[in-house]
Write a protein that binds this ligand. Sequence first.
Ligand SMILES: C[S@@+](CC[C@H](N)C(=O)[O-])C[C@H]1O[C@@H](n2cnc3c(N)ncnc32)[C@H](O)[C@@H]1O
Length: 220
Amino acid sequence: MTDQHAAAARVAAAYNAASDRYTAPPLSFWDRFGAETVRRMGLRSGAHVLDLCCGAGASALAAARVVGPSGQVLALDLSPRLLELAARRAAYEGLDNIEFRCADATSTGLPSESFDAVVCVFGVFFAADRPGFVAEMWRQLAPGGALAVTTWGPHLFEPGNSLFWQEVGRLRPDLDRAFNPWDDLVTPDALGSLLRSVGIGDVVVTAEGGTHRLLTSDDF
Ligand SMILES: C[S@@+](CC[C@H](N)C(=O)[O-])C[C@H]1O[C@@H](n2cnc3c(N)ncnc32)[C@H](O)[C@@H]1O
C-alpha cells in the first residue's frame, strides 16, 4: 500500500466512524460554514461546481440550491458513509443536481478547466502535499471561475477544546494527540501564502470570528 493509499484509508475510517453523529444539532457548524463559504462565492444559476472533501454535503447542498436545476455539483469525498448521508440529505431536499462520488480529491483525474467554481471546506490541510492539492484545484477551474478554500482559524473551540483533550490525556492517554492537521494553517497569512505559492494571483483571505452555542456539556 502506498503512503497516499494508507492516508486515504485512515481518513475514510475516521470519517466513516464519525458519520453516525455528523449532522447532529451540536455539529450544525458544518452546515453553517459550508453555506457561508458558498454565499461568499456568489455562484450564478447554471454554474458547474466541484466540491472537494465534501463530507456530509454542507457546502455541496448549499451550492446545489444556488446553481439550480440548470447547474451541476460534483462532490467528492473518501468516506462512503458520509457520502451516503450527503446523498440522503440531497434526496430529502429533492436536489437532483448533485453527484456524490467516492474519490481522492487530491488526484481526481478530472479534465482541466472544467468547473466554474471549486470549493474545499475544511479539507485542504489533510493533503500531504498541500501546494500540489491547491494546484490541482486551480487546474480544474475554468478561466474566470472562483476557488474557495475554508480552513479553521486559531483557538478553535476554545476553551472547551483544551479541557477536553486534557481529560482525554488523563483518562485515555492512548487516544491523546498533540497535533491537528490544520494547526499550521490557521492564519490568513499562512492560507494566503499557500494559495499564492502555486501562482494564484487574485487572492482574498477573510478571517471570520464566531461562536458556537452548545446546550449541555454532553454536546461537546
Ligand atoms: C473536516 S471534514 C469536512 C467535510 C465538509 N467539507 C464539511 O465542511 O462539512 C473533512 C472531510 O475531508 C475528507 N477528506 C480528507 N482527505 C480527503 C481526500 N484526499 N479526498 C477526499 N476527501 C478527503 C474526509 O473524509 C472528511 O469528510
